[in-house]
Design a protein around this ligand. Sequence first.
Ligand code: GDP
Length: 196
Amino acid sequence: NFYRQARFLTSAAKFNQCPPDEGYEVAFAGRSNAGKSSAINTLCDHKGLAKTSKTPGRTQLINFFELDAQRRLVDLPGYGYAKVSVSIKKDWQGNLATYLEKRQCLRGLILMMDVRHPLKDFDIQMLEWAAHIGLPVHVLLTKADKLKKGPASASYHKVKGALQAMQGTFSIQLFSSLKRRGISEAHQVLNQWLER
Ligand code: GDP
């Protein structure tokens, strides 16, 4: 498992603090509590890599994890924070937008959505943004273990249909960190984007 090599590299509070824009990056985004940190940890088989927290929206840094000299995974700030001011939210969204638009080495975006609550406003905004800049998106419907097979499949088909109705390069899968489900499927997408 190549992804076990992931090591924390650096954090950036501003776009100009990102590491040199070279090689390949795949970024992870999701609303707070969507299961993003858990998914990163599961995919890298490394419990403490991205912090899992029950207080959403604390860290608003872009975190970079190095896989090898040319390849990185990027943990983008969660969104949907309840307890911060509008101006701070705007700041974070600005950073996120700048990263997505300007980062040349960015090859794809993994977008986490809770299988029970997909396609919230900001998810749609991210999908539209990605489509606009020509960035492929792979959706992980997280916490798939929280639903029985039928409802999980219904959520999958509903979101898949919505993606097909939009412009852009989108794919989707069910995922569970708890049950370790969907790992190899997600690895295949990462491999493709990271060209390995
Ligand atoms: P983040 O805010 O998006 O980084 O979300 P976290 O990874 O911190 O997860 C938020 C909450 O959802 C935590 O309480 C996790 O334990 C829980 N969680 C994450 N992934 C799963 C999963 O696959 N199954 C279940 N049942 N709970 C999960």
